[in-house]
Design a protein around this ligand. Structure first.
Ligand code: ADP
Ligand code: MG
Length: 567
């Protein structure tokens, strides 16, 4: 080996290694899934790159992953003939965590959270999970298409630094050798490894192979010395999961596949698998994650589906196929309608992309509607992604009504900060004669709940939605009606309770207004230009006065958002 240098891991890697080794001990078998997943990604990438340049296969186009072990030496080896890495790639990929926002996320974790395996899993533990079972890892790799002298060896004990050196390497692709810790030697075992491959990696399209040693026998049935031959046996199913018929796929297989595509450690909440033939031809497998990624609200956060064209992997994070308000959906789209050499630029112009997008949007919304039948699961979804879904009515007019049906609110019916009431629930409880859906927007739940604007509604037993999310006013400005009932902000304009009020009450109100004309004039004079108008109101039953906005005026919350945005 030449040109050897020792480099330090990026700080975040050190932190991640430390957290992982401590919190994932009881899940340590997942290292194999992670390394196989990387090998499969590497094969996908080579197949894609070779579309333009067959020579990259270097005469070896049967992509595969091999898993080997040596019980005596205590090693497990995971090898692929995929794309491989250059020296720069190795330093970048196996020395840092490339995804943005990770550092901040790690800093925010409390001591308790650091012990939570599922939280750590949010990064996709990836390559570094090898160090849960190994006290040293050696990686040998060469980028497909590069000269044999361009091989790279990476070595590390996972303790803060790693070494890279140039080596000669005949084969392209990557080989990862795990030197197992004393207490993890159980993994250097044929049976154990085989069952882990079946458990976690059946759905990987690339064959995962293990060696089978056969010895020729003599006439008496004894082994003939020196006659061992090794054949490589495929141990996984090795068909892309989404291609198989739904009826043959178990829930566990769907879940395992989710972990591979979403780089998530946790189970998904639900999924929807569809094969479409006709004008459009595609297969989609969409998932709703159970947890929010840490970059959900970041402009350049990862989103979109994994795109395949006729089974060939094209790109990760193809964001053109789902609207922004469904950016939490993960999954795979495989289509015959695009050409193999699509690029992100072409995706932006192709009208077929829009058609698939609107079809996938419907699928995703239907999947959520189905999920909503399970109250507990839906509440988990809503608490995690509800405020993202609230961006929907503004972004997607065509599906406004559908999205509205998926929204959940706090209301005076429960007087709880938990948003768990649907608009259908509200409508089913509407008073006789009530024509509108009433809501109030405030900065926080308590401010909404104790607003004087609600007094008359509480007295009459009319339910009001208590909106207290930052985005709620924005949401309501894009929702006109639900099931034909208009939305009314109780803090704006004239208050019309429709037929819920009877004639007598109206008459009494008019009389009061007349009797108090003098008082109104005096208050108006005292407040001068600070208000537009002073009126007698029947909104209040206990409080003496409140501020009301004109009907078409921007609300307080919106004003603050606009001001914050520098408008
Ligand atoms: P992720 O797979 O989520 O990107 P990992 O930690 O698993 O994160 O891997 C980090 C990066 O290292 C990968 O994105 C890839 O670029 C590179 N890498 C890891 N394993 C391989 C491999 N077998 N062949 C080629 N590149 C690899
Ligand atoms: Mg990975």
């Amino acid at each position: 080996a030449t040109h050897e240098e020792t480099l330090g891991f990026q700080t975040e890697v050190k932190q991640l290694l430390h957290l992982m080794i401590n919190s994932l001990y009881s899940n340590r078998e997942i290292f194999l899934r992670e390394l196989i997943s990387n090998g499969a990604d590497a094969c996908d990438k080579l197949r894609y790159a070779a579309l333009d340049n067959d020579a990259l296969y270097e005469g070896d186009s049967e992509l595969r992953i091999e898993i080997d072990h040596d019980a005596e030496a205590g090693t497990v080896t995971v090898r692929d003939n995929g794309i491989g890495m250059s020296r720069d790639d190795v330093i970048e990929n196996l020395g840092t965590i490339a995804r943005s926002g990770t550092a901040e996320f790690l800093k925010q974790l409390s001591g308790e959270q650091q012990k939570d395996a599922r939280l750590i899993g949010q990064f996709g533990v990836g390559f570094y999970s090898g160090f849960i079972v190994a006290d040293e890892i050696t990686v040998r790799t060469r980028k497909a298409g590069s000269d044999k002298s361009q091989g790279v060896e990476w070595r590390s004990k996972g303790e803060g630094e790693f070494t890279v050196a140039d080596i000669e390497r005949e084969a392209h692709g990557t080989e990862i050798v795990l030197h197992l810790k004393e207490d993890a030697r159980e993994f250097a075992d044929d049976f154990r490894l085989k069952s882990l491959v079946r458990k976690y990696s059946d759905h990987i399209e690339v064959p995962v192979c293990m060696p089978k040693v056969e010895t020729a026998k003599d006439e008496d049935g004894n082994d003939i010395e020196g006659s061992e031959t090794v054949t490589w046996e495929t141990v996984n199913e090795a068909t892309a999961l989404w291609v198989r018929p739904k009826s043959e796929i178990s829930d566990d297989e769907y879940k395992a596949f989710y972990k591979h595509v979403a780089h998530d450690f946790n189970d998904p909440l639900t999924w929807s698998h569809n094969k479409v033939e006709g004008k459009l031809e595609y297969t989609s497998l969409l998932y709703v994650p159970g947890r929010a990624p840490f970059d959900l609200y970041e402009r350049d956060g990862a989103r979109g589906v994994k795109l395949y064209v006729q089974r060939v992997f094209i790109m990760d994070d193809a964001e053109q196929f789902l609207p922004l308000y469904l950016r939490f959906i993960k999954g795979v789209l495989d289509t015959r309608d695009l050409s193999l050499n699509v690029s992100r630029e072409i995706l932006q112009q192709d009208p077929k992309v829009d058609k698939i997008k609107s079809a996938l949007t419907k699928r995703a919304l239907d999947m959520l509607k189905k999920l909503a039948k399970d109250n507990e699961a839906y509440q988990t979804f809503w608490n995690t992604f509800g405020s993202v879904l609230k961006e929907g009515p503004a972004e997607d007019h065509a599906n406004r009504e559908k999205i509205a049906g998926l929204l959940r609110f706090s209301t005076t019916h429960t007087d709880s900060a938990i948003q768990d009431q649907s608009l259908a629930d509200y409508v089913s409880r509407m008073k006789e004669g009530q024509e509108k859906i009433y809501y109030i927007v405030a900065d926080g739940f308590n401010a909404a709940k104790s607003s004087p604007h609600l007094e008359i509604f509480r007295k009459k037993g009319i339910e009001v939605l208590l909106l207290h999310d930052r985005i709620d006013e924005w949401l309501m400005s894009h929702l006109d009606e639900f099931e034909g009932k208009h939305f009314v902000d109780v803090a704006k304009g004239e208050l019309d309770l429709g037929d819920v009020e009877d004639e007598e009450e109206k008459k009494a109100q008019e009389e009061t207004a007349k009797a108090k004309e003098d008082l109104v004039k005096r208050v108006q004079a005292a407040l001068g230009d600070e208000v537009q108008e002073v009126k007698v109101t029947h909104r209040l039953t206990d409080s003496p006065a409140c501020v009301v906005l004109p009907e078409h005026e921007m609300g307080f919350q919106m004003r603050r958002i606009m001001e914050a945005a520098g408008q």
